[in-house]
Structures are given as structure tokens and as C-alpha cells.
Design a protein around this ligand. Structure first.
Ligand code: TRP
Length: 458
């Protein structure tokens, strides 16, 4: 390993706000609305939501802080960073990060493509009341491939052109707008009759379910996905950080914003599902059907369409904002791959983004053809591997470089008691909890892997 950092001028954030905004932009995305609503439905509602909140606080924030620490300390892409800090035997962790970025983006872009399609079709009244049928007609096959390819092209363009500043500025306006729109929608949902059942499902946990391995595994996976953890995305962003702010506080800020968006989205979705009697359409409570993946894309349009023109305009606006939220997330996924190729192989940013972007677009084709493939990819890469990545990140920071990590965190987080608490979470609580989660995940991860391999070949 030469020392590229010494000779090469690396990108860096102009301001602290730029960094936070990018990190929030990475976290807030399809995960908060598309994934949160379908996984919460799968996980039985309220018990899932409570466990999710606990995992965000006790594992999410400490692990995100760890990723920030590693990134800022190394000023390198994750692949190089983990080896420089931990030694060559950590190389596989870095490769796994890149593999995850590659894998997640390949299907993430398919779903982001749906948002584009919905934004266009909503105002034209094409979606109609039978949103389930509409979803079936655009979620796979040629329509899905077209929007998937367009979305990948946009992502590549932004990562190449370095128009991140422009996107950041757009996000600065659009994210708060998205949140306000969600709050308005939540108020509308509250006026619907029959919403009580929806709120009950979403907010009143059954104590027994809190210990259900399935609910635990879904909640932990969702925490990692939604917070963009476990694959070096937050590490990469923090590696462009040169100033010494309080990384623990930044992590808490990002987690709070991310949770807020997901929570309010749930306040919209669940009353709507129950009011419009959509539980069976989206496979709620029953076997996992193709449609579970489409919860958000079916429930919200079906509900809003009943309001006529106004509802369609609101629906279209919602999907435009969701599209932007997805874009600020997808660039962080591609950035992990691209920064690894730039720092590791010395490629130019343009070469790396185009070549790997095209490969990712191709890798997304099976997901665009088959929702079962998409679902399996999400379960294996977007769930299981992230938890594994988080576990090893905790081991690296908590056991291999604890003193260095503490010294790095101390630059900005001056309270030693807080740092002690953080070290405890990273060394003991997170690894133990994550091991339990990994154990609970093994059967589904294995099944998902088998599905990927059989469908991928067919
Ligand atoms: N967190 C994003 C979302 O909720 C998706 C995402 C972006 C992501 N970067 C990531 C997920 C890195 C896991 C890892 O939509």
C-alpha cells in the first residue's frame, strides 16, 4: 500500500452543514417509506416499530459514530481504511462493503424507477382506484427496466459531474418539504374513518411479539438499511470530513431525522390501509406475497385517488419528493463503489462511475423482471450482509483500534463519560445483539441466497 492520501488531493466537504445534509440525504430515502411500510407490515406493526426505535438508538447511533470515526480518521475509502487501520486481514470486510453497495443499488434503482413512473402517471389519472393492478403492470418487465435505466443514468451523471453541491441544495429544500407533506398527509389520514384499527396496529405493541425472532430480525435489518449502515457509506462520507466536530452528536442528528420521516410515513400508511380495506391486497398478516413489497405503492395511491384531482396532484408531488430522496441515497451507494475504485485502483472518477454504474444497471435487470428476486436481494444484501458488516465494524473499532478510535472521537466529543458509554455500546452491547440478530437471520438469509442463485440462473 502506497500512501495515496499524501500525494492526491481528495474531495472534502465545504461546510459542516454539507456533511450533515449529505448524511441525512443518504439515510432518508426509499427505506423510510417503501421499505419501512412493508417491513413494518410484515413485522406485525407496533412491536416492530418499538424494536426498530430501540435498535436505532442502541445500535444505530453507536455504529454510525464508529463509521464516522473510521472515515474521518483514515481520510480514505472504506476498502483502504479498514486495511490501513486493522491490517491486511480486514481486506475482505472492505470488499464486502463494495459488494453491498453494488448489490443494494442494483435493486434500489428499480424501486426508485417506480417513483418516477408514479409521479408521471399520478396526475394523468392513470393509476386509478385499482392501484394493485396498476402496480403489477409497471413494477416489472419493460416499464420497470426503462425507469431503472433512466434512474441509474441520473445517479451516474451526478456522481461523475460532481454536481453534488447542487443536489445538496435541492435536498435542503426538498427534504423539509417532503417532511411537511408527510405531516399534512398524516393529518388527512387521521380524518379517515376506521383509522383507529390502523393506529392500533401501528402503535400498540403486543408484548409477546417483542421477543419474536422474526420481528427482532426485521427491526434490526431495517435500522441498518434506513440509517445507511453496515457497508461503509457513512464511512465514505466522513472520509471527506476535515473539520473536528462532535461525531456522536452528528450521528444522533442523522438518526433522529431518519426516524422522524419513517415514523410519520407510518402514520400515513397504516390508517390508509385499514380505512380502504387494503390489508388483503398487500398481503398483510398473510403469507409474504409479491404485493407486500408494494405496500406503499398500492395503499397510498388507492387512498389518494379517492380524492379526485387534488389527491392526484398530492400523490404526484409525494412521488417527486420520494424520487429526490431516493437520488440522494443512491449516490451514496454508488459513491462507496466509486471511491473504492478511485482510491484502490487509481481510476478516474468518471471512468469508475460510468463502468461500475453500467454494471450495476445490468445487475439490476433480474430484480426488474421478478419481484421475488428483488425481495431476495433485499433480504440477503440489504438486510443480512449489512448486519454482518455492522458486527465487524464494531469489532474493528471496539477491539482492534479502541485507543485510536477514542482519540479520534475525542476531537469534538470532549466529554469522557460519553465516550466511555459509546465504547461500552460498541464493544459489548452491539456485538452481542448483532450476533443474536445474525443467528435469527440465518434461515431467511439462506433461503434468500438460494432464491437469488436459482432465479439468477433461470
Ligand atoms: N438509507 C437509504 C434509504 O433508507 C438507502 C441507502 C443508502 C443505504 N446508502 C445506503 C442502505 C448504505 C444501506 C447502506 O433509502
Amino acid at each position: 500500500m502506497t500512501d495515496p492520501a499524501a500525494t492526491r488531493s481528495r474531495d472534502s466537504w465545504a461546510t459542516r452543514a454539507g456533511f450533515i445534509l449529505a448524511a441525512v440525504g443518504s439515510a432518508v430515502g426509499l427505506g423510510n417509506m417503501w421499505r419501512f411500510s412493508y417491513v413494518a407490515a410484515e413485522g406485525g406493526g407496533a412491536a416492530f416499530v418499538l424494536l426498530y426505535l430501540v435498535f436505532v438508538a442502541v445500535i444505530g447511533v453507536p455504529i454510525m459514530t464508529s463509521e464516522f470515526v473510521v472515515g474521518r480518521m483514515s481520510q480514505e475509502s472504506p476498502v483502504v481504511a479498514v486495511q490501513r487501520l486493522g491490517g491486511p486481514k480486514w481486506a475482505p470486510l472492505g470488499w464486502m462493503f463494495v459488494f453491498c453497495g453494488f448489490g443494494i443499488l442494483s435493486y434500489y434503482s428499480v424501486i426508485a424507477g417506480w417513483t418516477m413512473r408514479y409521479a408521471l402517471d399520478a396526475t394523468r389519472g392513470i393509476i386509478g382506484t385499482d392501484a394493485g393492478a396498476y402496480f403489477q403492470s409497471v413494477a416489472t418487465g419493460v416499464p420497470a427496466i426503462v425507469t431503472h435505466v433512466i434512474f441509474m443514468a441520473l445517479t451516474i451523471f451526478i456522481v461523475v459531474a460532481g454536481v453534488k453541491r447542487g443536489l445538496e441544495r435541492a435536498a435542503l429544500v426538498l427534504m423539509p418539504l417532503l417532511f411537511l407533506l408527510l405531516v399534512a398527509l398524516a393529518i388527512w389520514a387521521a380524518t379517515l374513518g376506521g383509522g383507529a384499527a390502523g393506529y392500533g396496529y401501528y402503535l400498540r405493541p403486543q408484548l409477546g411479539e417483542l421477543l419474536d425472532p422474526n420481528v427482532i430480525r426485521l427491526a434490526a435489518g431495517q435500522a441498518f438499511f434506513s440509517l445507511s449502515l453496515g457497508m461503509g457509506a457513512m464511512m465514505t462520507y466522513a472520509s471527506y470530513l476535515t473539520s473536528k466536530e462532535n461525531l456522536g452528536r452528528e450521528a444522533a442528528t442523522v438518526a433522529l431525522c431518519d426516524f422522524g420521516v419513517a415514523f410519520v410515513a407510518g402514520l400515513v400508511i397504516f390508517p390508509v390501509i385499514f380505512h380502504f380495506g387494503l390489508s388483503s391486497t398487500i398481503g398483510l398478516g398473510g403469507a409474504i406475497s409479491d404485493n407486500t413489497v408494494g405496500t406503499l405503492f398500492i395503499a397510498l395511491p388507492a387512498g389518494l385517488d379517492s380524492l379526485g384531482t387534488l389527491g392526484r396532484v398530492v400523490l404526484s408531488t409525494f412521488f417527486i419528493m420520494l424520487f429526490f430522496a431516493a437520488l440522494t441515497s443512491s449516490i451514496s451507494l454508488l459513491e462507496v463503489v466509486v471511491s473504492a475504485v478511485i482510491d484502490g485502483w487509481g481510476w478516474s472518477r468518471k471512468q469508475a462511475a460510468i463502468w461500475f454504474g453500467v454494471m450495476i444497471a445490468l445487475a439490476g435487470l433480474p430484480a426488474a423482471f421478478n419481484l421475488n428476486f428483488l425481495d431476495a436481494a433485499d433480504k440477503f444484501v440489504g438486510n443480512f450482509l449489512l448486519i454482518v458488516g455492522g458486527f465487524f465494524t464494531a469489532i474493528l473499532v471496539g477491539y482492534t483500534i479502541p485507543a485510536k478510535a477514542d482519540a479520534e472521537l475525542a476531537q469534538g466529543m470532549t466529554d469522557p463519560a460519553l465516550r466511555k458509554a459509546w465504547a461500552f455500546f460498541v464493544r459489548y452491547l452491539s456485538p452481542v445483539l448483532l450476533l443474536i440478530v445474525i443467528w435469527f437471520m440465518l434461515p431467511t438469509a439462506w433461503n434468500a441466497l438460494v432464491t437469488l442463485l436459482t432465479l439468477g440462473r433461470g
